[in-house]
Design a protein around this ligand. Structure first.
Ligand code: COA
Length: 256
């Protein structure tokens, strides 16, 4: 159990809130576990007809907790719940909706590729900095992102790790609509309530037909195997040390 992920079920909508605002909602292993539990609960419970993901504070999430990454790079036996969450997202048949303000880093962006509706505030900054920290992308984003926004844009997002703002996210098809920050949660909830009244069986078949869950799962496995390798690399260790020491990493002396 963690107090950093809150869930609330109301009128058929399960709202899942990342609630660690002082750390920009960085996701620790316990939080991945709670998120996976919530997605599994939604899948099993017929009373849950839609799920909304949102984050407290000024960020959606700063992505994977960097201290956890550093610990995993030193001890590869640590089991992360992230893989369970990713598989749950890949296989989810319920409508998933995201309300994104501020930073959406790493999985904060890649999980949006598994959401069916994404609403962003103008402050949204979608960042996939896996190469910045010497890792590889996850969540099947190496297939899903280029499929969504084209190879050229996807490669630039991965290779440079530069943020995409809310308006751009909408214009390139990464999000459905730009919504003023003060209306963001209401907009996501309104969409969820609307979907909750639609024929659930029809919606879940439609979603299953639109997504190749098997191929997505297989790509996640390929990425996951490489990520495990990368976590042990000298490059990644330098990146995590640099984050902890609040300095820029220096990869220049490390052979590729
Ligand atoms: N893991 C753990 N802690 C994190 C974190 C992360 N991913 N991201 C931010 N934090 C913590 C910071 O260490 C800081 O903690 P402190 O107040 O105890 O020092 C606090 O959250 C606020 O972060 P700060 O960097 O001061 O906020 P900012 O507004 O200047 O920048 C980010 C926000 C998200 C751009 C920046 O924190 C960042 O780049 N984080 C790392 C993101 C990342 O690479 N994630 C992995 C993706 S694969």
């Amino acid at each position: 159990m963690t107090e950093f992920v809150k869930t609330e079920l109301d009128s058929g909508v399960l709202t899942v809130t990342l609630a660690r605002p002082d750390k920009k909602n960085a996701i620790s292993n316990d939080m991945y576990g709670a998120l996976a539990d919530a997605v599994e609960r939604a899948e099993k419970d017929p009373a849950i007809r839609a799920v909304v993901f949102q984050g407290d504070g000024d960020s959606f999430t700063a992505g994977n907790d960097m201290a956890d990454f550093a610990a995993q790079s030193k001890d590869p036996t640590i089991m992360s719940h992230v893989h369970r969450l990713l598989k749950d997202l890949a296989g989810s048949t319920k409508p998933l909706i995201a309300a994104v303000q501020g930073n959406a880093v790493g999985i904060g962006t890649t999980m949006l590729l598994h959401c069916d509706l994404v609403y962003v505030a103008p402050s949204a900054r979608l960042i996939t900095p896996f190469v910045n920290i010497a890792l590889v992308p996850e969540a099947a984003s190496t297939h899903l992102l280029p499929a969504r926004i084209g190879y050229a844009r996807a490669y630039a997002m991965f290779a440079f790790g530069e943020p995409v703002d809310g308006a751009t996210a909408v214009s390139i098809g990464l999000a459905n609509a730009l919504v003023p920050a003060e209306e963001l949660r209401a907009k996501a909830r309104e969409a969820a309530l609307k979907l909750a009244k639609r024929p659930g069986g029809s919606l879940s078949h439609t979603k299953a037909l639109m997504r190749n869950a098997e191929a997505i799962g297989a790509q996640m496995d390929r990425e996951g195997a490489l990520l495990k390798e990368r976590l042990k690399s000298a490059e990644a260790r330098e990146a995590f040390a640099a984050f902890a020491e609040r300095r820029q990493p220096d990869f220049s002396k490390i052979a590729g």
